[in-house]
Design a protein around this ligand. Structure first.
Ligand code: ASP
Length: 320
């Protein structure tokens, strides 16, 4: 073989080793906050770990069978929404009025389509409503009664507000009535499918004792959720106002898109430098264009887990 041909082959081989072809992977979070395993009973920790693992496994099974990343997000988030351990769906926190108002969003990196809903009071799985907005409407963001009407028209399951009742959340609500509450627990997922399509989704009950129809970052595309093929996908959790002001997930993506940062470096910069210096607490999970998972949070804990491109399953709660 000619020397230049050999060198070219070597170059191609080196590039493809450093930038492996993406294979399916999925990552989820259960909210960054101030509850570490030291503050949980063994039973709570066990149930949280099991729910995260189930969410990952079901979602990954679907990806392994050729399912899309949007479907994988829906499967992963539905399992977390149906658990009372997370501040989303069933486990949603109380508003100051003693009610529940749920927000969610989804973004499909394949075509940069997105869907979001805010202030839902009786939809069991808000992520389903966000996906329906993305797939069956010309809009991106629906709120309140209109969003519920749309969700109903698209066959979403409804529940009474009592479905969201949870004693621990009720105590948080009563005890923190006049305080700036700092308990998080939002859920989110990012997945890349066999075709390299990335999607991200996030679902939340918002912040305890929120007032005046407050909506956080979760349904704001580019703040709590962002996905774009060739760049990466991201889902955030934390004090939503900081994530909105910093357009946090898009800020991370933009550093990759227009700069030289990796998704991991960009996530570190936005969470650990930028938001932290402003007093913004929270975390972010992501998957880059090669299928590599990314995790950053500046709080004591963030229940999280992933099945990476090597097929390895990891579930963690505290800072490592
Ligand atoms: N980011 C959510 C919000 O501000 C809260 C959370 O992540 O727990 O509504």
């Amino acid at each position: 073989m000619q020397r230049p041909t050999l060198l070219l082959l070597l170059l191609v081989f080196t590039i493809s080793c450093n930038n492996p072809k993406p294979t399916a992977s999925v990552i989820v979070h259960g909210g960054a906050g101030y509850v570490s395993t030291d503050d949980m009973t063994e039973q709570q920790e066990k149930e949280i770990r099991e729910t995260i693992e189930k969410s990952l496994q079901k979602s990954n099974e679907h990806l392994a069978n050729g399912g899309t990343s949007v479907e994988a997000i829906q499967i992963a988030i539905n399992i977390l929404e149906d658990s009372s351990h997370f501040n989303a769906g069933k486990g949603s926190v109380f508003t100051s009025a003693g009610t529940h108002e749920l927000d969610a969003s989804i973004m499909n990196g394949k075509n940069v389509q997105a869907g979001a809903v805010a202030g839902l009071t009786n939809i069991k799985n808000p992520i389903d409503a966000a996906i329906a907005v993305m797939e069956h409407s010309p809009h991106v963001f629906l709120i309140g009664k209109g969003a519920e009407e749309f969700a109903l028209a698209h066959g979403m399951e409804t529940v009474p507000q009592s479905y969201f009742y949870n004693e621990d959340r009720y105590i948080e609500h009563i005890e923190d009535l006049d305080e700036n509450n700092k308990k998080f627990g939002t859920v989110g997922a990012v997945a890349i499918d066999k075709n390299g399509n990335i999607a991200a989704g996030t679902s939340t009950g918002g912040m305890t004792n929120k007032r005046y129809g407050r909506v956080g970052d979760v349904p704001v595309i580019g703040a709590g959720t962002y996905a774009e093929n060739g760049v990466g996908g991201l889902s955030a959790t934390g004090h939503g106002e900081y994530f909105i002001r910093n357009v946090a997930t898009y800020d991370i993506a933009a550093q990759v898109k227009y700069g030289t940062s990796t998704l991991d470096e960009a996530g570190y910069h936005t969470l650990m430098k930028k938001l932290k210096s402003q007093g913004g607490d929270g975390g972010v999970i992501g998957i880059d264009k090669y299928g590599k998972v990314v995790i950053h949070f500046n709080t004591v804990a963030m229940p999280r887990g992933y099945i990476n491109r090597e097929g390895e399953t990891v579930v963690m709660i505290d800072q490592e």
